[in-house]
Design a protein around this ligand. Sequence first.
Ligand SMILES: Cc1cc2nc3c(=O)[nH]c(=O)nc-3n(C[C@H](O)[C@H](O)[C@H](O)COP(=O)(O)OP(=O)(O)OC[C@H]3O[C@@H](n4cnc5c(N)ncnc54)[C@H](O)[C@@H]3O)c2cc1C
Ligand SMILES: *[C@@H]1O[C@H](CO)[C@@H](O)[C@H](O)[C@H]1NC(C)=O
Ligand SMILES: *[C@@H]1O[C@H](CO)[C@@H](O)[C@H](O)[C@H]1NC(C)=O
Ligand SMILES: *[C@@H]1O[C@H](CO)[C@@H](O)[C@H](O)[C@H]1NC(C)=O
Ligand SMILES: *[C@@H]1O[C@H](CO)[C@@H](O)[C@H](O)[C@H]1NC(C)=O
Length: 589
Amino acid sequence: MKSKLLLTLCVSAPAWAAPSTLRSFDYIIVGGGTAGLTVANRLTENPAITVAVIEAGSFVENVVGNLSQVPAYAFAIQSAAATNPALGWGFHTTPQPGLGGAVVDYVRAKTLGGCSSINNVAYSRSSKGAFKLWADTVGDQSYTWDRVLPYYRKSMDFTPPDASTRFANASPSYNAAATARGGPLDITYAAYAESWSTWVARGLAAIGIPPTSALIDGTLTGSTWQLYTVDHATGHRASSDTAFLRPSLHRPNLVVFTETLAERVLFNVWKVATGVEATTTGSNTTFTLTARREVILSAGVFQSPQLLMVSGVGPRAVLQQYNIPVVADRPGVGQGMRDHILIPLTYQVNLASVDLTSATAVAEFNTQARGPLTNPGGDFVGLEKIPAAFRTNWSSEKKTMLAALPDDWPEIEYLVLPAPLTGGTTPGASYATVFAALQAPQSTGNVSIASASMGDPPVINPNWLTAQADLDVLLAAFKRMRQMAASDAMADVIIGEEFLPGPAVQTDEQILAYFRLAGTSISHAHATNPMGKASDPKAVVGTTGKVYGVKSLRVIDASVFPFLLPGPAPQSHVYMLAEKLADAIKKGY
Ligand SMILES: Cc1cc2nc3c(=O)[nH]c(=O)nc-3n(C[C@H](O)[C@H](O)[C@H](O)COP(=O)(O)OP(=O)(O)OC[C@H]3O[C@@H](n4cnc5c(N)ncnc54)[C@H](O)[C@@H]3O)c2cc1C
Ligand SMILES: *[C@@H]1O[C@H](CO)[C@@H](O)[C@H](O)[C@H]1NC(C)=O
Ligand SMILES: *[C@@H]1O[C@H](CO)[C@@H](O)[C@H](O)[C@H]1NC(C)=O
Ligand SMILES: *[C@@H]1O[C@H](CO)[C@@H](O)[C@H](O)[C@H]1NC(C)=O
Ligand SMILES: *[C@@H]1O[C@H](CO)[C@@H](O)[C@H](O)[C@H]1NC(C)=O
């Protein structure tokens, strides 16, 4: 069995004590997260290029031990990230009108690997039509499917599923031509399938959502088992940390400053980004790193726009409000946020519950990389456009809005979880959930600042469920889930009446009230520094990630997508974009 070598970082001297020559690098990357570590690895493949990564967190396993390795501990590591400031940022939203005014935690990782170290490890790609729309929106045909696929494949090391570890009726189907071996990121299927998923597969087929192959070949419609960023040999989670940082830590041309907060991008009078001011979180010492070539922001969907704004790039009125000198007036910074919102329905089910803490499960995982601990929970999805019969009540305006999306862009995703989400369950009984998640969200949020300091949290306003189109799509999806639950295919597994929200919720008004109560984010926020044409005043970056209005500054992370791509699992797109733009940098674009 492949064993993981866990290294501990050695920045030999405190960064701020180093002589100035050692504080100068070709590239400074802010944020050692999903995108940042991918870019750092690719740039330092050339030994003549020096790179510094500034990351506020540190090594994930030092903070949470085996939560960082075991896929089934995904929810536990996310709870840790929500509460432990050594692992997460503790962000929350502004009061959300679409959720009855609730203030909601928005989990973001503060660790090497970023959100890839704490997410649910699901892996899927997007659709051909969505990439055509991306290419046309930004005016660059290198964003079409055929030309981005090599960058998805570049990071992938695919291991086929082992049929002997899964139920006979849980054999995944995938397009082998879309897979690749030999990349740094381990991708495979869980060595254990959840029984609830085999039932939902039947239920979805019964309402017209047939099985398809893995969502990696440019198509998204149908139902399928989820791929995971997991090492098949060990069963351990894979992340940008395991894939891109650990194998490159020994490179003398890469320095990683951990537990260091980037405070500000520095510009000279010609608006050239010349470096970054940063503070060590322990000793609270501020120092400057100089960038000989470029500063690259990979601080994620909330802090990349925040860092732009506190550094003088953003909407003029906001900068002036906090006495930040305006370097470039870019009204699009922080605007355009889209997210996947989901709604649960829970049932009591005729299935044995699985004990993840049993000695058998633990031993099976540790000695054979098998069993329920290899599965993060929720291993099956189905996607569709809402069928005609369920859209009869929609306004023509809404129909036109959604019809403007490509034919292969699904409006809704159905997702499983073999567990209940609330209390009130009967002891000893089993429960399972199915979710509907928006795939074409029309509600648009924004990110702003409450001060000129990165030490204060950004102001996050997702505006979830404020667009009428989102409510209509979810209303239809809710009825589709009830249709599935009522189908003959589910009769042998569902026991009694719907548990959540329950049969008392019937009218559209009652269902909408339930959405305000139960709507949650799946943490897929994107598009807060949208990529666009130079002529678009709302665009923040061009097609190689270069920030408009200044020089030698790029953003490479989830914030620069022109929109949130369809597909259940967006981390693959972040890896893809990081590979693509690292390649662009190396080629001198
Ligand atoms: C709970 C959860 C579950 C998810 N599940 C899935 C899933 O199953 N599948 C999927 O595909 N996607 C999933 N996602 C989404 C996906 O993980 C993210 O979209 C993606 O990882 C974002 O990558 P990024 O590079 O933009 O940002 P991140 O990976 O968040 O990286 C940003 C990094 O910058 C650092 N940073 C920020 N500000 C500063 C600063 N000022 N100074 C220094 N460092 C800074 C942060 O600490 C962090 O390490 C999930 C996300 C979450 C939170
Ligand atoms: C860090 O130092 C700065 C400047 O000396 C000071 O203003 C700030 O309050 C300190 N922060 C902490 C957390 O100690
Ligand atoms: C992870 O660590 C915890 C606490 O030490 C332990 O109880 C659990 O069994 C471990 N899990 C595995 C899969 O080894
Ligand atoms: C359309 O609206 C009517 C009246 O509110 C309602 O009875 C019907 O169920 C709705 N149809 C769908 C498909 O939601
Ligand atoms: C964000 O959106 C809300 C609601 O649409 C709006 O009131 C607010 O002014 C916006 N904030 C910024 C900074 O754009």
